[in-house]
Ligand binder design. Structure first.
Ligand code: ADP
Length: 547
């Protein structure tokens, strides 16, 4: 499927003739150099994680040629980004910034409005601008991946950790802007950022936080990466999951290296779920659980072996529960239902006392079993978790994609309070609807204290139009059913952004009206990422763009 010729020529921006587009592109090439503006007119190649396209969504949910850009521009500096923004206003062509575009499961590098010009910031703006070992912080450009930041810290032999998400190839800045999570005590990426440099939709340059106060003799402010809110309204938040600005630099806190011990706890029965959640809550709120631990259904233990579904089951329907049980009994986790992956931090004595408290608390659940990595074979998934939970980027999570041929995935990501009665409602909806649409249910609950990100990975075969249709229909019904019960998503794929945004409707959509007011003030021509997170500029609203 990768090299099929394109059915359509360049997808033009809305309301733009080919002649007007060509004129605009010629002008952009004048500004950036011809090599830094590339038309999207070649056959689309889905590639794979490390060779991902910046032309379209590699994990297409609709037709591969639907969510495409018209061209890709490669700015080399903040000044270039300002130039592009001014160009976009002049020619009223929508632009869509990405950092590295590895936002897999949420739309990848695709723009929401087909025919937008994608700004691939990461290709040329990929410098680590500063690592301040004393302050334990850094400042990065959009093209700095977790791997690159990790390697630089190793190279400088600094006793510091980064926090990485499940896959380490993404952009540190891009992930934080999209409010992604990792798994050390600093796993909330946006909460651990400090200061931004942002190009606004009119081309103006802004520094947030203490960065707004000029340093002596034109230097960066010395407190920029030390104090988040500074003075006045805390504006950083509005540049996350939005289309209000293009972030060109961002500061982050780093963690001090420390002792760590990962572990796995298994629970025997599906019905243990509510009690597990009740046991987790106080441990999480009191910060006895050291990191952002994960609770997974045992079905994932089959998946994370990296073996395909066909190895376990010859049918095409979801794996039957008794078959999961049978296969699990042959794996190190044994015949269980839920698997908890945690990590504790500190010196050896402190970890020992934390672990004894955790063990005794979880032992309330009959039949639970505790494992250390040393109890498990060297190829077991826990060793990859232990790396992630100590700030080492990995790629092991790509094994998910072995599950089906031509596999792609979508994340459904509702938030629930860490409370059995709430979590059970969300879980039951998932169980019911995954079965209804014929998909295996792979829930992972990332626990951050008072709330859990309940994330299901919907794996579909992107060569099958039927599977794509069913995956999309499943998403739509999941969003609607959970919202009806009062639960909402923290993040979603581009195609479902409008629907999710509509669920946040309290008081006659007051929040969306507020976002639209900001959008129209900052971006009167509606050029920056129209439709991102369901926020449409005035020019597009009510014209049939909302999905
Ligand atoms: P990653 O490579 O870490 O997965 P992406 O580059 O795909 O991250 O970014 C995720 C999303 O966040 C993008 O689709 C885009 O909407 C938004 N985004 C990323 N980088 C920026 C940025 N520098 N400024 C504004 N929005 C951004």
């Amino acid at each position: 499927a990768d090299s099929t010729p394109r059915r359509h020529n360049v997808r033009l921006p809305p309301d733009t003739t080919r002649a007007a587009f060509d004129e605009a592109i010629a002008a952009l090439r004048q500004h950036l150099g011809a090599d830094n503006v590339v038309l999207n007119d070649k056959p689309l190649v889905d590639g794979w994680y490390l060779e991902h396209p910046n032309t379209h969504d590699a994990f297409h949910v609709v037709d591969q040629e639907d969510l495409v850009s018209s061209a890709v521009a490669y700015p080399g500096s903040t000044a270039d980004v300002q130039t592009i923004v001014k160009w976009a206003n002049e020619y009223t062509i929508p632009i869509y910034p990405i950092s590295m575009g590895r936002n897999v499961g949420y739309g990848g590098s695709a723009p929401r409005v087909p025919g937008s010009v994608v700004l691939d910031l990461g290709k040329r703006m990929n410098k680590i601008l500063n690592i301040d070992a004393e302050n334990a912080s850094c400042v990065v450009e959009p093209g700095v991946s977790y791997f690159a930041l990790y390697e630089e810290i190793q190279k400088r032999k600094l006793p510091l950790w980064i926090d990485t998400p499940d896959l380490g190839g993404g952009s540190v800045l891009g992930n934080a802007i999209d409010r992604g999570v990792g798994y050390t005590p600093m796993g909330d990426h946006f909460a651990n950022h400090c200061g931004m440099e942002v190009v606004l939709p009119n081309g103006e340059l802004l520094r947030t936080g203490m960065g707004a106060l000029p340093g002596k003799n034109g230097t960066d402010n010395p407190t920029w990466q030390s104090f988040q809110p500074a003075y006045g309204p805390y504006s950083d938040g509005i540049f996350s999951q939005s289309n209000f600005g293009i972030v060109c630099q961002m500061g982050f806190f780093l963690m001090h290296e420390t002792g760590h011990q990962s572990y796995m706890i298994t629970f025997p029965r599906d019905e243990d779920f509510p009690e597990i959640v009740e046991v987790i809550r106080p441990l999480a709120q009191k910060h006895i659980l050291g990191n952002i631990p994960q609770l997974r259904h045992v079905a994932q233990e089959l998946n994370v072996t990296g073996l395909p579904k066909s190895h376990w089951y010859s049918g095409s329907s979801p794996l039957p529960r008794d078959l999961i049980r049978k296969h699990a009994s042959q794996l190190p986790c044994g015949d269980c239902s839920w698997v908890f992956y945690g990590t504790q931090y500190g010196d050896a004595a402190s970890i020992d006392s934390q672990l004894s408290m955790i063990k005794s608390t979880f032992s309330r659940i009959k039949g639970s079993k505790f494992f250390l990595p040393s109890d498990l074979p060297p190829d077991h998934y826990i060793h990859s978790r232990a790396l992630v939970c100590s700030g080492v980027p990995v790629l092991r999570e790509l094994d998910w994609l072995n599950w089906k041929p031509n596999a792609a995935h979508l994340f459904f990501s509702p938030i629930t309070p860490t409370r059995a009665s709430d979590a059970q409602v969300v879980h039951d909806i998932n169980v019911h609807l995954h079965a209804k649409y014929g998909f295996d249910l792979f829930p992972t609950l990332c626990v951050a204290g008072r709330e859990m990100h309940y994330i299901t990975n919907i794996i579909y075969d992107r060569s099958s139009n039927d599977e794509k249709r069913r995956a999309a229909a499943l998403m739509r019904e999941l969003i609607a059913a959970t919202a009806k019960e009062g639960y909402g998503e923290y993040r979603t794929h581009l195609l479902f952004a409008d629907q999710v945004a509509r669920t946040y409707s309290w008081n006659n959509n007051a929040l969306m009206r507020f976002n639209e007011t900001i959008k129209d003030a900052l971006d009167p021509n509606g050029i920056l990422a129209p439709g991102r997170n369901g926020i449409w500029p005035k020019k597009y609203r009510g014209k049939g763009w909302e999905l």
